[in-house]
Design a binder for this molecule. Structure first.
Ligand SMILES: [Fe+2]
Length: 448
């Protein structure tokens, strides 16, 4: 059952990759054809008579006018960002329809080889893109017929043999009828072998080439998609295992230390909020990426994991602790580091999470002025995730009820925390926290 969404995701990934390849191929072919038309038109303008150049230009214009909307439609159809295309705009639809009609009109008088290729290409590409062999076959047959028609049509209307028509004194309809009447079977054969056949071969070659390139690219992309899927599956497997271990440990801490109840979930929330706010400043944006924040949040759930090594008598004692008992409970920070190292060092390739989780567990009771525990670290020697954790941990403890104290209002708790900026807490973090007073107060009042 779980494989279904993955299969769907892989299909979507493959289709979007294939669409990108086809889009690229279509763009390349469109540029190639337009270049071909432009080159021929320019050449004809310089070398031959104005009449011939005008006919060629007519053919080019007709081809472009008719072919361009089709190409734009195909690009739209295969674009991964369909919503952005100009096809959505009504002015383009009118322009496309009118230019297509105009193009057909011009093409009727000047059907050239280039026009035929351009007319045939969109359906060829569409057919091979969707792997519709029957459509591909009919498109090729239709193109072949068009090629033959263009050759003989050109002969009958004097476009393929302009010089012959020009030689006639009165190139009117009668002249053309005479030419048809005079045309011998031998001449018809010559036209086929000298004009139609090379063009048929050329059209088939273009179709095979376009199809081959796209199929090869699609195969390559399918391999890439399969690899990406494998990596994703592996990541999901690892993440879910890691998440389950974190959840299990967090539940264990909660069951040991009932007084803190939902402390773990709430501190995780505050840590995430503060880190995301810090991410907006230039000072932290390089380190606090979305991924790192996610890891800090996950690791925050384990900040008091070392409490599983503290005796129940001390941990569950109602009322204030004696100095000896407090010394005992202080050990939860270093114990927590050991527990995390023992468990998470078995997760290969996740050294970053191990470091963050260990830093938070060991150093969340350190103070900015060096009077904290267990190592008495000072200032920026305290790892940043632990400095954030310290604020979230104290804030939640202040606004929560304990057997030995009532809950403080969020406003008063924040005032107290801000007053300890530079002594207990990192002044830069407190600057961020004081700017998010409203959000933190709302978060306290929102049930977890
Ligand atoms: Fe703690």
């Amino acid at each position: 059952m779980e494989a279904e969404p993955l299969r769907e995701e892989r299909k979507a990934l493959y289709e979007s990759a294939e669409a990108r390849v086809n889009l690229f191929n279509i763009k390349c072919l469109a540029v190639l054809l337009l270049l071909m038309l432009a080159t021929e038109s320019l050449t004809e303008l310089g070398i031959f008579t104005a009449e011939k150049a005008a006919v060629r230009l007519c053919a080019a214009a007709g081809t472009i006018l008719f072919g361009l909307p089709i190409l734009v439609y195909l690009i739209h159809d295969q674009s991964p960002r369909r919503e952005d295309t100009i096809l959505k705009k009504s002015w383009f639809k009118y322009l496309a329809i009118s230019s297509a009609f105009l193009g057909i009109g011009i093409l009727c008088t000047a059907l050239t080889f280039q026009s035929v290729i351009l007319l045939a290409l969109p359906p060829i590409l569409a057919a091979q893109y969707r792997n519709q062999k029957r459509l591909l076959l009919w498109t090729l047959i239709g193109t072949a017929l068009l090629v033959v028609v263009s050759v003989y049509g050109g002969f009958f209307f004097g476009l393929a043999d302009w010089n012959m028509l020009k030689a006639a004194e009165n190139p009117n309809l009668l002249t053309r009828v005479e030419r048809v009447a005079l045309a011998t079977p031998q001449r018809m054969k010559e036209l086929f072998w000298h004009y139609a056949m090379p063009r048929l071969i050329c059209v088939t070659a273009v179709a095979v080439l376009a199809s081959g390139i796209t199929r090869r690219n699609a195969k390559m992309l399918e391999d890439q998609a399969a690899l990406a899927e494998k990596v994703q599956e592996e990541m999901e497997r690892k993440n879910s295992l890691q998440t389950r271990v974190i959840d299990a440990l967090a539940t264990l801490i909660e069951t040991r230390d009932v007084s803190t109840g939902e402390h773990v979930i709430r501190t995780k929330k505050y840590v995430g909020m503060i880190a995301r706010e810090m991410q907006k400043s230039d000072q932290y944006k390089d380190y606090l990426t979305d991924h790192v924040i996610q890891e800090i949040e996950n690791a925050a759930a384990l900040h008091d994991v070392g409490k599983i090594a503290v005796s129940d008598v001390i941990l569950l004692k109602p009322g204030r602790l004696t100095p000896e008992e407090f010394e005992e409970i202080k050990k939860h920070s270093t114990k927590g580091g050991e527990v995390i190292r023992n468990i998470f060092s078995t997760f290969e390739d996740d050294a970053a999470f191990l470091k963050i989780a260990e830093d938070i567990a060991v150093s969340h009771h350190e103070k900015w002025n060096g009077t904290g525990y267990p190592a008495g670290l000072k200032g920026e020697d305290i790892p940043l995730p632990a400095r954030i954790m310290a604020v979230a941990d104290v804030f939640d403890a202040l606004v929560s009820v304990r057997v030995y104290k009532p809950a403080m209002t969020p406003d008063a708790a924040l005032d107290l925390i801000i007053s300890e900026s530079g002594s207990h807490f990192d002044p830069d973090i407190i600057r961020v926290v004081s700017g998010m007073r409203r959000a933190l107060i709302d978060a306290v009042n929102t049930p977890v």
